[in-house]
Ligand binder design. Structure first.
Ligand code: GAP
Length: 445
């Protein structure tokens, strides 16, 4: 068994080599825990986001979509509790200038006391007492860099939904219970980021806020827990690597009454990649209080008025992408040679099929090009005529392309092609004019 670090190292190296994920600003030495998605990565992440949007918005009558701005009125973050409470306790080493979370297990002794030892330079008594550090990125709005002009990059997309809840309700003519879904960037000045795209300072969230009548929240919480696990399982992941984890009292965020994580067993251990939270009426009540605007819902049938409770489902698009990458990575031996294959669910695969003329003569490239032009109108397909057919297959195995379509000598005679299955390595002979129907059938789900 390769060691966990080794698996992550291999994944990071494949991600770079094949164009899934690159380090941001690499030519300048990189920027800490910020990553860019290359040609394959952008397709993979887009497929995940689109699948989420289809399940959460298009396939439901009771959820509407939204795309709120990243920059919001600074009072939003006072109301939400993020200015006061979205903090980590940190300690500094006065000697080596490194900064640590106060609960860093490498610290020996009590920070601020003479016995405390810096885990980097090893000096004793140089660690400061813990100080609270806010995780929100700050910037300035307008030309003057003064306190009054401070605004934040949002640390969660949820607040953009809460402040628009009445707008969406009125515009869409929905009734409680109903939800609002959004995919967008969020930013956190994380102190201990790492593990590739697991914890980064800029990331994307796929969040849905479901507005319910108080008293029905427990039922909806169970409903959304089950729905989200079902969706995650539908990504074709290894079932034994998925589980729920309920937050203990001391793990709960400042807004939550109850929370469950969906965890995946990454090479570095079990970790959350999605959360289902019962946020009660905390957010809407706080916004009502801070803005002075009524955010009550009026049930026209019963004339009841209430501030809805919110059940939130919050997934990281990047973290889900890491789950999909880690789960798909597979090494095996084929005919005495090592094969690395990304076994993506076909619906998530960045490229669905690759077209290969067996050799670049005898009418094969012309037919291959015609087939390529035909298929690309339906699915994302790649044309490759460089190198031996074996090498071309291997390149697509690493890209996770489910099907390899080869145009050989027989193809120019009878207009059939071979279709190689990425996982079984079995080959089917398919009529060229049936290829689109064949692929559509195989890629379903
Ligand atoms: N609106 C609720 C909320 O933001 P969270 O548990 O802090 O809850 C939800 O974040 C999800 O967002 C996480 O499960 C994770 O997938 C993703 N996420 C949070 N911080 C992240 C980070 N620094 N890097 C990458 N993804 C992150």
């Amino acid at each position: 068994m390769p060691s966990p670090d080794n698996v992550m190292d291999k994944l990071v190296s494949l991600a770079k080599r094949r164009g899934f994920v690159f380090q941001s600003s690499e030519i300048y030495g990189g920027l800490g825990s910020v990553w860019d998605y290359g040609p394959l990565g952008v397709e993979l992440k887009k497929n995940i986001k689109e699948r989420w949007w289809r399940a959460m918005v298009h396939e439901r009558d009771d959820i509407e979509g939204l795309d709120a701005a990243i920059l919001m009125h600074p009072k939003v973050w006072e109301a939400s509790g993020h200015v006061a409470g979205f903090t980590d306790p940190l300690v500094d080493c006065k000697q080596c200038k490194n900064r640590f979370r106060a609960d860093d297990p490498r610290i020996k002794g009590t920070p601020g006391q003479p016995d405390a030892q810096c885990p980097v330079c090893g000096m004793k008594g140089t660690l400061t007492a813990p100080r609270l550090f806010n995780l929100m990125f700050k910037t300035f709005m307008g030309p003057v860099e003064e306190d009054a002009a401070v605004i934040y990059l949002r640390p969660e997309t949820a607040q953009g939904i809460y402040v628009n809840y009445l707008n969406v309700l009125q515009a869409s003519r929905q009734k409680v219970p109903f939800g609002i879904a959004q995919i967008g960037k969020a930013f956190r000045n994380e102190i201990t980021p790492g593990n590739f795209i697991f914890r980064t300072r800029e990331f994307e969230q796929m969040e849905m806020q479901f507005f319910v009548k108080p008293g029905t929240d427990l039922e909806w919480f169970e409903f959304w827990k089950a729905q989200r696990m079902q969706w995650v399982q539908g990504l074709g992941l290894h079932a034994e690597k998925l589980r729920f984890h309920q937050h203990a009292k001391d793990e709960l965020a400042h807004y939550a009454k109850d929370a469950y994580d969906i965890q995946y067993e990454f090479p570095f251990g079990w970790q959350e990649f999605e959360g289902i939270h019962n946020r009660t009426d905390f957010d809407l009540s706080r916004h009502q209080q801070h803005s002075g605007k009524k955010l009550e819902y009026v049930d026209t049938a019963t004339n009841e008025r209430f501030v809805p409770y919110i059940v939130e489902t919050s997934a990281g698009a990047d973290r889900t992408t890491l789950v999909v990458l880690a789960d798909a990575y597979h090494e095996e031996e084929v005919s005495g040679e090592k094969r690395v294959v990304m076994r993506f669910h076909p619906a998530l695969a960045p490229i669905k099929a690759a077209v290969f003329p067996l050799v670049n003569k005898d009418g094969m490239p012309e037919l291959a090009r015609r087939i390529y032009d035909d298929v690309r109108r339906h699915v994302n397909v790649f044309y490759d005529d460089g190198g031996s057919i074996g090498r071309r297959y291997r390149r697509q195995d690493e890209a996770g392309t489910p099907f390899g379509i080869t145009i050989d000598g027989q193809s120019t005679q009878d207009q059939t092609v071979t279709v190689r299955d990425r996982d079984t390595l079995l080959q089917d002979r398919v009529a060229a004019d049936r290829l689109v129907a064949y692929l559509t059938e195989q890629l379903k789900g």
